[in-house]
Write a new protein. Structure first.
Length: 255
């Protein structure tokens, strides 16, 4: 059987796809271009045809991890508002608590980040700089809009730190869940959807949003209702439908 012949772009992407689990398992320092070539089923010379150095390969791999997400591009293009702020935090929670555990490629990317933190930190540094340059601005503008609208109480916390606190909490919850099983996390809630809802509520409250405002956004369909979160909402807050937290089927998570 003849091997499928890939064009230049396809071959480059195939090398990156093969490199991801190798770097994730070994880290940057311990990974060799020979190991990547073996994983990709190509010669080491072909690796260098596409990437002039291991560092260039590593940086290209980073870009494949963070670029090209249409949903993130849509979020960053939204006008600053309370709804945009909620959408940012919702997307963050959905990725780390719901999508990452079910996606082997996402898990490999997360392990790559952890390996970086245990090594020279280069991949983690690139990630932080990318978040600061692409996401922090729209996020902070959305938080300022929520505060200006009276939907969020100004807190003695820098707006950009609010983003980082949310990011690191969600990322750590994904980290402790990597082995699998709710017992590893130490959390009292076993259902993944319910954990995500409670983390979302916790983060939005930490950013200063009031319970009534969070509830209004839950009724808009951002997050399905849940009996547990019912106890976190004041009784019949103004403008809020009182029955929104009556139990629903948790098999349809709205993240």
């Amino acid at each position: 059987m003849n091997a499928v012949r890939l064009d230049c772009a396809e071959r480059r992407q195939a090398i990156l796809d093969a490199a991801l689990p190798v770097f994730a398992e070994r880290g940057f320092a311990a990974t060799t271009t020979r190991a990547v070539a073996e994983a990709a089923g190509v010669s080491e010379a072909l690796i260098f045809k596409h990437f002039p150095s291991k560092t260039a390969l590593y940086e290209a791999l980073f870009l494949t991890c963070v670029e090209g997400d249409p949903e993130l591009a849509r979020l960053c293009a939204l006008p600053p508002s309370t709804a945009t702020l909620v959408a940012f935090v919702q997307g963050l929670v959905a990725y780390f608590l719901l999508e990452l555990p079910a996606d082997p490629a996402a898990r490999a990317r997360h392990r790559l980040l952890l390996q970086s933190l245990l090594g020279d930190g280069s991949f983690a540094t690139l990630t932080s700089r990318w978040i600061a340059s692409r996401i922090a601005g729209p996020f902070c503008a959305a938080l300022a809009a929520a505060q200006a609208a009276g939907d969020a109480t100004p807190e003695p916390v820098a707006a950009e730190n609010g983003l980082w606190f949310a990011y690191h909490l969600a990322a750590m919850l994904a980290t402790v869940a990597l082995p699998g099983g709710a017992a590893v996390t130490g959390l009292a809630v076993a259902d993944a959807g319910e954990r995500a809802r409670q983390v979302l509520w916790f983060l939005l409250r930490g950013l200063g949003l009031t319970p009534a405002v969070i509830t209004l956004h839950l009724t808009a369909g951002l997050v399905p209702a849940s009996p547990v979160t019912a106890g976190l909402v004041p009784a019949s807050p103004a403008g809020v439908c009182p029955q929104i937290f009556q139990g629903k089927d948790d098999s349809h998570v709205g993240f």
